[in-house]
Ligand binder design. Structure first.
Ligand SMILES: Cc1cc2nc3c(=O)[nH]c(=O)nc-3n(C[C@H](O)[C@H](O)[C@H](O)COP(=O)(O)OP(=O)(O)OC[C@H]3O[C@@H](n4cnc5c(N)ncnc54)[C@H](O)[C@@H]3O)c2cc1C
Length: 407
């Protein structure tokens, strides 16, 4: 990747920067939902921010124009991302829709679905969620048991989902269900768009150890879905789900690495706290800071390498897994050092009066390490696909095209 802007990119960057400065008061500059409880007021503020950015052409820049996107390049999107980061604008509330559901609909949806859903998803008029995981199937996603049984031109859905991020605020979701119990497990699945307000859908928020209720358990009791809401072919849902999962890893690890507290926040924090440490402890603390910042930079370049590949037409492969692993490691290290720099004050850091972000971040990162493929599963992917190590399970146990580790 060329790090210098072309004259055209420089002009575009100035336009974006000017827009963000002029509209500062209309944009949410708080921490992302990752650090703050995404209650309804915050959700509404973040929705407004996404709508303002969409109306200015800064969301969905690379998506097709006919569905509300900008037909732009990845390089332009990278400029926008950098400027949003620089202006400290909070991340988009519709991140599940933008990162996972939207790309899946674009790749596998009917023309009618694209026309009805994409523009509203980009603008956060509708928030979307992803109903994949179940109590008995996370890493081994293809073992899921939620059933979809055909009745004429509709499907009857029965089952349970869990860990569904944003479901309590969502209008729609993408749902993976078993349509053929006789087929091998990866072969009998089908993907649908589900209306979260439909009769039979019950959403219950779950409280996490960081105190937030950002994900939910979902009960699906005789929910009826029109066949027109199927995404892709019957029993071909695994292929559709792979599009979602690949995009999920890109969304988490492909954007330049910072998924937790920003490294510039760590530098500002260290500037205050480091001089307060006893003199003999400072050299080690400086070394730890240097190490975290170098890792953060390396994570950013890993993200850029991924983007460059995509720019040249490659589809994101195992590198997306490496991107997510690296980004999570940096988030861990940043939160950990931030908390350690608080010294004894860390005891009070869970209170709002204290420096609560570090404790919240420390309690949130383990969740990110699990979401969208755990660290262990992603290491399996890298071991097998990049390093050519023997598979985690003998190949004969799984169909060659659809392994557990694709999760
Ligand atoms: C913050 C958060 C948000 C989430 N949001 C969503 C969402 O919006 N929608 C959704 O559908 N799901 C969501 N999930 C669920 C997530 O995808 C699953 O939790 C994840 O895939 C792991 O599945 P599991 O929890 O069932 O753990 P398991 O699969 O039971 O894993 C348990 C442990 O075993 C290890 N393990 C499992 N298989 C292997 C293997 N083959 N090799 C080595 N180790 C292995 C795992 O690494 C883990 O440590 C979210 C999870 C979190 C934490």
């Amino acid at each position: 990747m060329d790090f210098e802007d072309t004259p055209e990119q420089e002009r575009f960057r100035t336009e974006v920067r000017t827009f963000l400065a002029e509209h500062e008061t209309e944009l949410d500059h708080g921490d992302g939902a990752y650090l703050e409880e995404p209650g309804i007021d915050r959700i509404n503020s973040l929705r407004k921010t996404q709508a303002v950015l969409f109306d200015a052409g800064l969301i969905g820049l690379t998506w097709p124009r006919e569905y509300g996107g900008g037909d732009g390049t990845n390089a332009q999107q990278a400029v926008v991302n950098e400027e949003l980061h620089r202006a400290r604008v909070a991340g988009p509330v519709g991140h599940v829709g933008l990162g996972m559901c939207g790309p899946t609909i674009l790749a596998h949806g009917s023309e009618d679905q694209k026309q009805r859903y994409i523009r509203r998803l980009l603008r956060a008029d509708d928030i979307w969620c992803q109903l994949f995981s179940e109590p008995g199937s996370g890493s081994d996603l293809a073992a899921l048991r939620t059933k979809a049984v055909r009745e004429g031109d509709r499907w009857r859905i029965q089952g349970q989902k869990v860990w569904t991020t944003l479901a309590q605020h969502s209008r729609y979701g993408i749902l993976l269900a078993r349509t053929n119990p006789e087929a091998r497990k990866h072969r009998g699945l089908t993907m649908f768009v589900i209306d979260m307000a439909a009769p039979g859908v019950t959403v219950r928020p779950l409280r996490q150890m960081n105190g937030h209720e950002s994900f939910n358990e979902i009960f699906l009791d005789d929910v009826m879905i029109d066949d027109a809401e199927r995404l892709g072919d019957i029993d071909d849902g695994w292929r559709v789900a792979l599009t979602t999962l690949m995009n999920e890893r890109m969304a988490v690890g492909g954007g330049g690495g910072e998924i937790g507290i920003r490294s510039d926040a760590l530098i500002a924090h260290a500037a205050v706290r480091l001089p307060q440490l006893p003199a003999e402890r400072r050299p080690l603390a400086y070394e730890a800071l240097g190490r975290v910042l170098v890792e953060s930079l390396a994570a950013r370049y890993t993200g850029y390498r991924l983007q460059t590949g995509i720019e040249k037409g490659a589809s994101p492969g195992p590198e997306a897994s490496a991107g997510k692993l690296t980004a999570v490691r940096v988030a861990h290290a940043t939160a950990d050092l931030g908390l350690r720099l608080l010294g004894e004050d860390a005891v009070f850091s869970r209170s709002r009066d204290g420096d609560w972000r570090w404790a919240t971040s420390q309690a949130s990162v383990p969740g990110i390490a699990i979401a969208g493929g755990t660290d262990e599963v992603l290491r399996n992917v890298l071991g097998e696909r990049v390093l050519g190590l023997p598979p985690d399970k003998p190949r004969s146990q799984e169909p060659a095209t659809a392994k557990t580790n694709d999760r």
